[in-house]
Design a protein. Structure first.
Length: 86
């Protein structure tokens, strides 16, 4: 799956609408920003609650979360997006 996530410098209090699509786990829907370790952990915890996305989008989001987790040093036990919705 293609990773679309890219790290970006985000100023505290920066408006979400100003963030590039590439910082979101779900870039088409602009859901679950991955701007720091806390947001990566939140995206992992909320993954199953994201609505109106298909399996392809979940697969891409998992790849993005995995990349961001590695970048920010967040432990990710899941090996597939299916592990996060079980």
């Amino acid at each position: 799956m293609q990773i679309t996530w890219k790290p970006a410098h985000v100023e505290p209090g920066e408006n979400r609408s100003q963030l590039p699509d590439s910082v979101f786990a779900f870039p088409l829907q602009r859901k679950e920003p991955l701007t720091d370790a806390a947001h990566v952990r939140s995206a992992i915890a909320r993954f199953a609650a994201v609505q109106h996305v298909d399996d392809h989008e979940r697969s891409q989001a998992f790849a993005n979360i995995k990349a961001a987790a590695g970048y920010y040093g967040v432990a990710l036990q899941a090996t597939s997006w299916h592990d996060l919705v079980a």
